[in-house]
Design a protein around this ligand. Structure first.
Ligand code: SF4
Length: 329
């Protein structure tokens, strides 16, 4: 390895966090999210072999192939990623779990699974790469498509869209954020903080589909998001007001490895939004739904959570390290 190639504190290069070459359409928002995940994991110095990435079906669910090539991975059936992730987490708490899904995978066929994994508080980072369409099957509207928007083939989205961020808050997720695939400056710090969270961390990432999204009335095209994006709050390591310090290394063995003992600094940029206030976050999302704005940043955080394993009193060790007596008491 050439000495000029940057490494993180564990000696890994950025290449160690990459995967195989993307086969998505050129310009797809999902590839930007992949790049942000690679960036975040590199900066966190997460050992690649300590990450498990899981997905369902869809363009979004192909993306784990394009990142973290040396980590564990499982491409499950449509909408069933949360169950598989929950099982893996319960069997081995020593990995960082990354669930990558799409709006079709999560808000339609997998909606029941999404609800229960959020309310259960499984320690994970759950990302929805949200474009409002089924890109893999040629652009049918998904359940997050904007009501009244008109597809390129002339169909109109007739139903009220599901707001996954609002739903996640209502269901009990303790870290809920929204971001935009074109805003790496915001998305990377959000991802880094989410990996340090001890409960269910959900990030709804607006991720334009360049092939099927530029339709009339869509709030998920690049232009619309850039024009209407309102940064409610963001995580920023350099600027901002009212810093809130959260040391995830405290009492979380995984975080010590991940962050090399560092403290994550959350800085609230908009003093009007209190992301510790659950009701305020829901009110904000409802108001924005009426105005058509897209709030991005950290919407809601409850940092006072314990890891599900601790709540259940389950073992800290992987299953294959247990004795027969421990497995069958
Ligand atoms: Fe991305 Fe859309 Fe192409 Fe799928 S169809 S890869 S979502 S741009």
């Amino acid at each position: 390895r050439h000495p000029s190639i940057p490494t993180n504190t564990l000696g890994f290069t950025r290449r160690d966090y990459e995967g195989s070459m993307s086969t998505l359409c050129a310009g797809c928002g999902h590839d930007s999210i992949t790049a942000a995940i690679v960036h975040a994991c590199f900066e966190l110095a997460l050992p690649p072999h300590r990450v498990a990435k899981l997905s369902g079906i869809g363009c979004s669910s192909k993306t784990p192939t394009y990142m973290l090539g040396q980590s564990h991975g499982f491409n499950s059936v449509h909408g069933r990623m949360p169950s598989v992730l929950t099982g893996a987490y319960l069997a081995n708490r020593e990995l960082a779990y990354l669930g990558v899904s799409g709006d079709g995978d999560t808000a339609s066929i997998g909606l029941g699974q999404f609800c229960h994994v959020m309310r259960r508080g499984v320690r994970m980072v759950y990302i929805v790469e949200n474009n409002g369409v089924y890109g893999l099957t040629k652009g049918q509207f998904s359940a997050t498509a904007d009501r009244g928007s008109k597809s390129k083939k002339g169909a109109r989205a007739a139903d009220e869209p599901i707001d996954l961020a609002a739903l996640a808050i209502q269901l009990g997720a303790t870290f809920v954020a929204r971001s935009f695939s074109g805003d790496k400056g915001q998305l990377v710090p959000l991802l880094k903080a989410a990996f340090g969270h001890r409960g269910a961390a959900f990030i709804d990432v607006i991720s334009p589909c360049v092939t099927f999204n530029n339709h009339e009335g869509s709030t998920k095209s690049y232009d619309y998001v850039r024009e209407h994006n309102i940064a409610v709050s963001a995580l920023d390591f350099i600027t901002g007001r009212e810093p809130i310090e959260i040391d995830y290394a405290e009492g979380a063995a995984l975080a010590v490895t991940m962050h090399d003992g560092a403290t994550i600094h959350l800085r609230k940029l908009d003093a009007e939004h209190d992301f510790s206030d659950r009701a305020a976050a829901l009110t904000l999302l409802e108001r924005c739904r009426e105005t058509g704005e897209i709030p991005t940043g950290l919407l809601y955080l409850d940092d006072d959570v314990e890891e599900l394993h601790d709540t259940l009193g389950t073992t800290a060790r992987p299953l294959n390290a247990l004795t027969e007596a421990e497995l069958c008491p």
